[in-house]
Design a binder for this molecule. Structure first.
Ligand code: AMP
Length: 145
């Protein structure tokens, strides 16, 4: 098995995150790897009419990003990960996770087999999408409920 050096833990603030974090931290300790966290804010301004984006929409974007920053910080503190790199990105979850992984030289992405979207599918949509496009190994931590 390869010796992982940089793990990226993808969190969506659902109850499943504790599984992802516990498994990620255990692996990081075993490999002596560094750990980064990512949360993606999916909200994106839609400007189908090509008109100017309203200031209120820009403010909402900024508020959602700021809220995500503080939730990610709180989650990191709760799990003793305050010193680890945190990334809040905006856009498509799959694309942003893959982009950050490539940019940061991540060699293992850790995420939940299921998150907010529930257990309808064998593998949740984010895990499935990341698995298919990843430049590195992906660990989909089995989430039962
Ligand atoms: P889902 O596709 O909703 O079943 O989510 C599966 C897993 O993907 C979650 O347990 C998280 O690890 C990750 N994930 C889902 N949404 C996000 C997000 N917005 N930002 C970061 N990771 C996410």
């Amino acid at each position: 098995m390869s010796n992982y050096t940089h793990l990226l833990l993808a969190v969506d603030f659902s109850a499943t995150n504790r599984h992802v974090i516990r498994k990620g931290l255990a692996l990081a300790e075993a490999f002596g790897a560094r750990v980064s966290l990512i949360h993606v804010v999916e909200f994106a301004q839609v400007d189908l009419s090509n008109e100017l984006v309203m200031p209120q929409e820009l403010e909402l974007d900024q508020e959602l990003l700021a809220l995500a920053e503080s939730r990610l910080q709180a989650l990191a503190e709760e799990h003793g990960m305050s010193e680890y790199a945190r990334h809040v990105r905006q856009g498509s979850t799959k694309r942003e996770i893959l982009h950050l992984a490539g940019e940061q030289g991540v060699d293992l992405i850790v995420l939940g087999s299921h998150g907010r979207s529930g257990l309808q599918l064998l593998l949740g949509s984010t895990a499935n999408a990341v698995l298919h496009g990843a430049p590195c190994d992906v660990l989909a931590v089995r989430v039962k409920s």
